[in-house]
Design a protein around this ligand. Structure first.
Ligand SMILES: NC(=O)C1=CN([C@@H]2O[C@H](COP(=O)(O)OP(=O)(O)OC[C@H]3O[C@@H](n4cnc5c(N)ncnc54)[C@H](OP(=O)(O)O)[C@@H]3O)[C@@H](O)[C@H]2O)[C@@H](O)CC1
Ligand SMILES: Nc1ncnc2c1ncn2[C@@H]1O[C@H](COP(=O)(O)OP(=O)(O)O)[C@@H](O)[C@H]1O
Ligand SMILES: [K+]
Length: 496
């Protein structure tokens, strides 16, 4: 599991070590210089003679960068520090000067613009303008330098120091131009911005330098690895029977979108549910594709409600509403998607998992008095998923290139397992089915432990994303292909 801690937690963990005189900045700079040396060996064969440009901001982030630059200069690199602020870290500057690094001020926009060519001609640029002390996008001359990097057709390798400057460290937002990093060398612990969209897209590969911090508190954002998914997956015991493995009620599809019923049922079956009971008007299509499905109502442990339920299909909407009422009255977990999102009562427990994409989340929030549109959600996915959790009580799985899950008691996951090929019609229906299988298989646990539905939602997203890759590595997939690949992916995880 990849865990991240927010800026306040990292500062709190640094405090006792700094008070005890532990040289954290030396450790950070050593780790940074070591990673940059690896990068230089990759791009140039060696450190000696390579041209390294440091973009230096006013705080300790600039301090780390200057100290790392001094180390690289001592190893023979040509190091140029571009100072984007009149005040920079004094010790760091002295260290770089002592190592014969070049120092050039860029204290106004004109000076910064004049240095853009130098920055773009470097072998490696270290982005040390802002770290965990940054507030909003980069301002001042630093913004011109970042803008030049962002606009360049051919740019040097960029190493972000701690975080790409200008990202919202705790919420994953980005304001203004952010330099796209190839590598982010982060200190003490991973930060939320390195996992959350859209900031994480600017981070490149993330390397964590261990500072010996004691980060005992709860992480801010987690990302499940394969072993975590395997530990969550309901694997049948030797004597399990189909009812013990979980029966899933699926209220999906409509005359207009019968395929969603087929895909949601297929996702659940392929994820290993004991049985699917299908409720709705697409029974013949579902049976044609999946003869193992039982059509009609009956006892279930969990529900998938909403994929492909058309807004004008009154009969299917009534069934979806009934299923939700039943699920809530009987403490049965439910994945609520697409056409059922507007059928939710005011408050629901966290074992109700909403699975909107950004547009659907904007609609849901707007219906509850928060006027937002799709672009707002995409600019700040965590904040909006969190808002939806707060307003409804539900666990919220917000779909996207990186899928963000917010659950009870601060549980947050960000899964980035999927290739962009997964953005294809019907893929969300398959995900709802996979999640439904997990909720059915672990129904009692999901009701007892209010944070478990978020972990199960993240596990469903992880398997769904991996299945999109496994179905056709590097190439296009259909939603049906994704469902068909789920059993292989699950087998690979639970037997690893
Ligand atoms: N403590 C330690 O020993 C260790 C610290 N570590 C390192 O320290 C980093 C944190 O350092 P930090 O706290 O000094 O903050 P940092 O991110 O450099 O920037 C703050 C400065 O930027 C300014 N500023 C803010 N927003 C701005 C904007 N949008 N545009 C322009 N300027 C802006 C702000 O000005 P102010 O808002 O105060 O006016 C302030 O002057 C951390 O990420 C890690 O790299 C590691 O080495 C481990 C050991
Ligand atoms: N750029 C992307 N990269 C990877 N996965 C993506 C990307 N865009 C969307 N996805 C995933 O594709 C699926 C699309 O679901 P959804 O929008 O509900 O489609 P549909 O309603 O047609 O089923 C979601 O699981 C989402 O996380
Ligand atoms: K930085």
């Amino acid at each position: 599991m990849l865990l991240s801690w927010d800026a306040a937690a990292v500062r709190a963990a640094e405090e006792p070590l700094l008070a005890a005189g532990v040289p954290l900045m030396d450790r950070a700079a050593f780790g940074l210089a070591t990673h940059v040396a690896h990068v230089l060996r990759d791009v140039r064969g060696r450190v000696g003679g390579a041209h390294v440009v440091l973009l230096v901001g006013p705080g300790n982030n600039g301090g780390d960068t200057l100290h790392a630059g001094a180390r690289l200069a001592r190893r023979g690199a040509r190091v140029t520090a571009v100072l984007a602020s009149p005040r920079v870290h004094g010790d760091g500057l002295a260290a770089l000067r002592a190592a014969h690094g070049r120092v050039v001020p860029a204290h106004d926009d004109a000076a910064a613009d004049a240095l853009a060519g130098t920055v773009l001609a470097a072998d490696v640029v270290l982005d040390g303008l802002l770290g965990i002390g940054g507030r909003g996008g980069v301002r001042g001359p630093g913004a011109r330098l970042v803008g030049a990097l962002a606009a360049a057709a051919a740019r040097p390798v960029v190493v972000a120091v701690d975080v790409p400057s200008g990202v919202g460290v705790d919420d994953g937002t980005r304001t203004g131009a952010v330099a796209q990093a190839d590598v982010t060398v982060t200190f003490g612990a991973c930060k939320p911005a390195l996992l959350l969209p859209p900031a994480a897209d600017a981070a490149g590969r993330v390397e964590v330098v261990d500072l010996g911090l004691d980060l005992a508190g709860a992480p801010a954002v987690a990302r499940l690895a394969g072993a975590d998914v395997a530990a969550l997956w309901p694997v049948p015991g030797r004597t399990s029977h189909k009812y013990a493995r979980g029966v899933l009620g699926v209220v999906a599809g409509s005359d207009r979108y019968p395929g969603a019923a087929v895909l949601a049922s297929g996702g659940a079956l392929r994820a290993g549910v004991g049985m699917v009971r299908y409720v709705g008007s697409a029974g013949s299509q579902v049976l044609a594709a999946h003869p193992e499905v039982v059509v009609g109502e009956g006892r279930v442990q969990a529900w998938v409600v909403g994929p492909g339920v058309a807004p004008d299909d009154d009969a299917q909407r009534a069934r979806a509403r009934d299923a939700l009422v039943h699920a809530l009255a009987h403490d049965e977990p439910a994945a609520v998607d697409a056409g059922a999102l507007d059928l939710l009562p005011d408050r629901v427990p966290p074992h109700v998992v909403l699975t909107p994409h950004a547009g659907e989340l904007a609609t849901l929030l707007s219906a509850r008095g928060a006027a937002v549109d799709r672009a707002d959600v995409e600019a700040a996915p965590l904040a909006h998923a969190r808002r939806a959790h707060e307003l409804t009580g539900a666990t919220v799985l917000l779909k996207g290139a990186t899928t963000v899950v917010v659950g009870a008691h601060g549980a947050v996951y960000a899964q980035a397992d999927a290739p962009a090929w997964l953005a294809t019609a019907g893929a969300g229906d398959v995900l709802a089915g996979v999640l439904g299988a997990l909720l059915a298989g672990r129904a009692a646990d999901a009701v007892d432990d209010p944070t478990l539905p978020a972990a199960l939602a993240a596990a469903a997203a992880a398997v769904h994303g991996r299945a999109a890759h496994a179905a056709n590595p590097g190439g296009p997939v259909t939603a049906s292909d994704v469902a068909a690949a789920v059993p292989r992916v699950v087998a690979g995880l639970v037997t690893a």
